[in-house]
Design a protein around this ligand. Structure first.
Ligand code: SAM
Length: 283
């Protein structure tokens, strides 16, 4: 069944498609986005929740499909977001809760899901400025860690996250969930280790690499004289020698107790808030 939705904007009227069948090909395509292959082939990803979808639209992200639960169709904010999606030229689907559950693989799904185009920024054109802080992650594996780090980078006022080497996908459902919407706010870059090192040498940024064998207490570093890239190691293996030896400082977070290291996302948060604290103290 097709219904007219009057979109806000220059007199545009678009259509909402109602779908109740799990075997509908459009639904199958959307479910394909839970696989990396599906995201890479379409250049799109899924974000759940009304607030996230509104934030993404406000930040200018390109929406290709909006899906909402039939039982939420009377809610004014859902109607408004549907009209915005129609105005943006997106496909708008009104579906049963069963369909939403199967798309999001959740028993209690959010009432709105947006499909957006993925966005990567070119590291080669990144020219960091003195008051900026970036995080670079070497081969981050865990989607929850990556999502938490993107969220933390956003909250700490970092200017971007650089993914170095083979990493988990920031646009997977699990990572996007863990970012709590910050995936739309933090620019993402990706590079091989050699591309990262080449960029770093010409960037004018100070690379502070964190290392369990680091010689410098992270609190004694000057984070204000140059733009800073905080480089974090892989969850299992830590930072490889080829990256560690080119760092401008090898920082250690002093620990007590039995734990031999901090969780990657926790260590990143400690580093980021320290670096940003130094800069905020200047203002
Ligand atoms: N077994 C790994 C190793 O030997 O490096 C542990 C890696 S740790 C779980 C993941 C990353 O978090 C490290 O590579 C480092 O970047 C950072 N990290 C964790 N605890 C740290 C600490 N106390 N000081 C500095 N960096 C730390």
């Amino acid at each position: 069944m097709n219904k007219d939705v009057t979109a806000k904007g220059p007199g545009r009227v678009g259509q909402v498609k109602e779908i109740t069948s799990l075997s509908n090909p459009v639904i199958k395509d959307i479910k394909g986005l839970s696989q990396k292959k599906g995201r890479e082939e379409t250049g799109t990803f899924m974000a759940e929740g009304l607030k996230l979808v509104i934030d993404a639209l406000d930040l200018g992200w390109s929406i290709t499909t909006l899906v909402y639960a039939k039982n939420a169709k009377e809610k004014p904010l859902v109607q408004k977001v549907a009209a915005r999606a129609v105005a943006a030229g997106a496909l708008v689907l009104e579906v049963s809760e069963k369909v939403l559950s199967s798309i999001t693989r959740r028993d209690n799904p959010q009432m709105v899901v947006g499909i957006f185009e993925t966005r990567w920024h070119a590291l080669s054109s990144l020219k960091p400025e003195t008051n900026q802080t970036f995080v670079a992650l070497d081969r981050v594996r865990d989607p929850g860690n990556l999502g938490t780090i993107i969220r933390t980078a956003d909250a700490a006022g970092a200017s971007g996250v650089i993914l170095v080497g083979e990493t988990t996908d920031p646009y997977s459902l699990e990572t996007v969930r863990a970012t709590m919407g910050s995936v739309f706010a933090v620019p993402l870059y990706r590079a091989s280790a050699s591309e990262f090192l080449k960029w770093k040498r010409g960037s004018g940024a100070k690379t502070v690499a964190t290392h369990l064998a680091g010689s410098v207490d992270y609190r004694t570093i000057d984070y204000t004289d140059m733009p800073v890239v905080i480089l974090m190691g892989n969850e299992q293996q830590g930072l490889p020698e080829e990256l560690a030896r080119e760092a401008d400082a090898l920082a250690r977070i002093p620990q007590q107790g039995l734990a031999d290291s901090l969780n990657l996302a926790v260590a990143t948060a400690v580093m980021l808030f320290e670096a940003r604290r130094h800069l905020l103290a200047l203002n």
